[in-house]
Design a protein around this ligand. Structure first.
Ligand SMILES: [Zn+2]
Length: 148
């Protein structure tokens, strides 16, 4: 066990250096990973990956996460059968978030819901604001800088 540097927490992993060197990890060495259904665009769930989990996700074809509560790797579907077959993996513009497009078998959420975002809707489509015309994208006649 070598000393951990506090500036760039990174557990030893076989993740390709050209990827690992660019990752902007949280203080605990993790990146949020969004799983999205590749064909419908559904946002399925959010998990956490360290370098090893990302490496396994890239090389095994199945989404692998780091459980912050159990402090162990978990392969989606190993206990539930609800596998996530990896279709593609991308980093966002800051290299601090992973987007994994998957083919989700069954429910993505451990509650049995298709996605983690189905059950607790705070604002529903079609009910956003009383004046729906206010959000219409005009031709520059709005208040300058209003939506910055
Ligand atoms: Zn969930």
């Amino acid at each position: 066990m070598g000393p951990m540097t506090s500036s760039s927490p990174r557990r030893p992993s076989p993740l390709a250096p050209e990827i690992a060197d660019r990752l902007k990890r949280s203080a605990d060495g993790l990146l949020p990973a969004i799983a999205q259904q590749y064909d419908t665009g559904e946002v399925l769930m959010l998990g956490w990956m360290d370098d090893e989990a990302l490496h396994r996700t890239l090389t095994t074809g199945r989404c692998t996460y780091w459980s912050r509560s159990r402090r162990e790797y978990w392969v989606k579907g190993d206990t539930s059968g609800h596998f996530q077959w990896v279709k593609s993996v991308a980093l966002d513009c800051d290299a601090d978030t992973v987007l994994v497009k998957v083919d989700q078998v069954g429910a993505a959420c451990h509650t049995g819901a298709r996605t983690c975002f189905d059950a607790d809707v705070l604002l529903a489509e079609g009910t956003a604001g009383a004046d729906s015309t206010a959000r219409t994208d005009g031709t520059g006649t709005g208040t300058p800088g209003a939506d910055q």
